[in-house]
Design a protein around this ligand. Structure first.
Ligand SMILES: [Zn+2]
Length: 287
């Protein structure tokens, strides 16, 4: 079991093990060479030698003028900066650009550098989405000491958007309730999940999503753990639950299938580096 507890999953800060010291926006960049998370759209530029790694050293000249640079902290004592290069910019030989989700799915970076990359992507996403005020269209300015912004026009304050999303591992005797979306790899199943709605507790969200997706009622929810998920800014919150009634009725608008599976014969699922895969590994196959 590579991740004994949910807190150790990739993208959670624990994985950085204190080697990353975050800065707050407005902290002075100490200058000098550093580690660069250079994004083109949602894709990350990586140095491709024997293994992949973030870009290191002086500011990469091939990133062009880009959209400024943002100092976000230090990694093993070296400044960490984000660069948003133009969508048309090409990288020279020795580098590649790929979506961070691809990097994650194919285990192309160690967990700590993957987690740091995810943090950079999440911060960049917020910076891109908070340039102007969503209330009046005025220009937002940084609120010192936070990632928040204040509109120079109307004074509205805006803070980073992190979207809570619940997952539930539902048991009925020796069976687990799993769902399948049409875009997933052939044969893959995972846990019912969905975003928290207005006026809803996390437990209510989990119960509603299971009911909507599968027609199944649940009770006895128990919190398991959570995972930061930078695609682009979710917080995944895992519960286990017991079957409380109902027959499977698949939500065809969202799912291809929903079914009960014997614990001893679970279908393929996503990596144990995601909280869904980790929960199926820990609470599914282990009993
Ligand atoms: Zn405004």
């Amino acid at each position: 079991m590579p991740y004994p507890e949910a807190v150790n999953l990739p993208f959670n800060s624990r994985v950085l093990r204190g080697a990353f010291m975050p800065a707050r926006k407005g902290d002075a960049d100490p200058g000098g060479p550093g580690v660069w998370f250079v994004f083109r759209g949602d894709s990350l530029a990586l140095a491709a030698a024997e293994s992949l790694s973030p870009v290191e050293g002086e500011r990469p000249p091939w990133a062009g003028e880009g959209d400024g640079e943002l100092f976000i902290g230090t990694w093993k004592g070296n400044p960490v900066r984000i660069l948003d290069m133009g969508i048309e910019t090409n990288v020279p030989s020795g580098y590649l650009v790929e979506p961070l989700l691809f990097t994650y799915l194919h285990n192309r970076l160690p967990d700590d550098l993957l987690t740091l990359s995810g943090l950079a992507q999440q911060i960049l996403c917020w910076e891109r989405r908070s340039v102007v005020c969503s209330r009046c269209g005025g220009v937002n300015e940084a609120i010192p000491g936070t990632w928040g912004k204040r509109c120079a026009g109307c004074g509205s304050e805006h803070f980073p958007h992190i979207h809570p999303c619940t997952l539930a591992l539902v048991s009925r005797n020796d069976e687990l309730l799993l769902v399948r979306k049409p875009e997933w790899p052939p044969g893959y199943y995972s846990l019912p999940s969905g975003f928290c709605d207005f006026g809803e507790s996390l437990e209510e969200c989990a119960g509603r999503e299971v009911k909507e997706e599968t027609g199944i009622l649940i009770d006895n929810l128990r919190y398991v753990g959570s995972q930061s998920w930078p695609f682009p800014a979710q917080l995944m919150i895992g519960f286990t639950a017991d079957y409380a009634g109902g027959e499977i009725l698949v939500d065809r608008g969202e799912l291809e299938d929903a079914a009960w599976f014997k614990r001893a014969a679970l279908p393929p699922t996503f990596s144990s580096g995601s909280i869904a895969g980790w929960m199926m590994e820990k609470f599914g196959r282990s009993r």
